[in-house]
Design a protein around this ligand. Structure first.
Ligand code: ATR
Length: 278
C-alpha cells in the first residue's frame, strides 16, 4: 500500500447479512495479496435495494457482492452483464465503473465448479450428474456445470414443471434433462448436488437412498460450520464416497469476485481450512 492511499471500498449487501463470512474472506484475500481495501456487510431494506446501491455508488464504493434476496434485482439493475450472469438470471458481483455504469457478473457457478474440480478433485467431464432443485440457486450454476461437459445432467425438483422448464432453457448448452423425484430409483449418478432450499428447514429432498453408490460424490451448496448439513449427513448415511458442504463454493465465488475487482486471484485453500477450523 502506498502511504496515505485510501483503501478501495467494497461490501456485501443482503437481508439478512449479519452472519455473512464474506468480510472475513475478503479481508484474508486482501492481506494475502497486499491489496488496500475495506469490505463490510451492509443490510439493505427489502424494498430498498436500488436506492441502497445508488447510495454506495455515490459514496465511492468500487463494487459490491449481492446475496439473498437481491441477486435477481441486481441482474435487472446492471448496465452490462457477463455472459454467465446473463444465463444465470442473477448477479452476485457488481462493479461500479468510473463512468457511473454498473457491470454485473455471477461467480457462483464457477465457484462451485472450482471447489468440485480443483479442491475436491471430483470429475465432471463425462460423468452422470444429478442436480436437486430448480430455483435461482440452481439456475445460477447450470452454465458453468454444463461447460465442463458432463455425460448427462438431470434436474429433479419438487415442482417437476420448474425442472422441465429449466432443462429446456439450458438444453443448447449440454445434455440436460429433468426427472421427477419418484422416477430416480434405479438411476445411478457419479455426482449429486443439492441446490434446494430444503436444508433451511433441516430437511432433505425426497430422493431414494439407493441412487447413492459407493463411488457417488454428494455436494450440498449450503454450508454449516457447526455441524454437517442435513444433506451431508444423509449422504454419509447412504455410504457416499464423499459428502461435502458448500463452504468451498462460498470461498471460491468470493475469490472470483476479488479477481474481477482487483485483477489478482487469491489462494483459497488455506482460507477454507481456516474457516473450517473456526
Ligand atoms: P433459491 O434462490 O435458494 O434457489 P428458490 O428460487 O426459492 O430459492 O428455490 C428454492 C428451491 O428449493 C426450489 O427448487 C424448491 O422447490 P420448488 O420449486 O418445488 O418450490 C426447493 N425446495 C425448497 N424447500 C424444499 C423442500 N422442503 N423439499 C424439496 N425441495 C425444496
Amino acid at each position: 500500500m502506498t502511504a496515505g492511499a485510501q483503501p478501495a471500498l467494497y461490501a456485501v449487501v443482503g437481508n439478512p447479512v449479519g452472519h455473512s463470512l464474506s468480510p472475513r474472506i475478503h479481508a484474508s484475500f486482501a492481506k494475502q495479496t497486499g491489496q488496500a481495501l475495506s469490505y463490510e456487510a451492509i443490510e439493505l431494506p427489502l424494498d430498498g435495494f436500488v436506492n441502497g446501491i445508488r447510495d454506495l455508488q455515490q459514496r465511492g464504493f468500487a463494487g459490491v457482492n449481492v446475496t439473498v434476496p437481491f441477486k435477481r434485482e441486481a441482474w435487472q439493475l446492471c448496465d452490462s452483464l457477463s455472459h454467465r450472469a446473463e444465463l444465470a438470471g442473477a448477479v452476485n458481483t457488481l462493479s461500479f465503473n468510473l463512468d457511473g455504469s454498473i457491470g454485473g457478473d455471477n461467480t457462483d457457478g464457477i465457484g462451485l465448479v472450482r471447489d468440485l474440480v480443483d479442491n475436491l478433485e471430483v470429475e465432471i467431464n463425462g460423468r452422470q450428474l444429478l442436480v436437486l432443485g430448480a430455483g435461482g440457486a440452481v439456475r445460477g450454476v447450470l452454465g458453468p456445470l454444463l461447460d465442463r461437459s458432463p455425460a448427462r445432467l438431470i434436474l429433479a425438483n419438487r415442482t417437476a414443471q420448474k425442472a422441465e422448464q429449466l432443462a429446456d432453457d439450458f438444453s443448447r448448452y449440454g445434455t440436460i434433462g429433468a426427472l421427477p423425484f419418484d422416477a430416480l430409483a434405479g438411476q445411478s449418478f457419479d455426482l449429486i448436488i443439492n441446490g434446494t432450499a430444503a436444508g433451511l428447514n433441516n430437511e432433505i429432498p425426497p430422493i431414494p437412498g439407493s441412487i447413492v453408490g459407493a463411488n457417488t460424490a454428494c455436494y450440498d451448496m449450503m454450508y454449516d460450520l457447526s455441524a454437517p448439513t442435513a444433506f451431508v449427513a444423509w449422504a454419509q448415511d447412504q455410504g457416499a464416497a464423499r459428502a461435502v458442504d458448500g463452504l468451498g463454493m462460498l470461498v471460491e465465488q468470493a475469490a472470483e469476485a476479488f479477481s474481477i475487482w482487483r485483477g489478482v486471484g487469491p489462494d483459497t485453500l488455506h482460507v477454507i481450512t481456516a474457516l473450517r477450523n473456526g
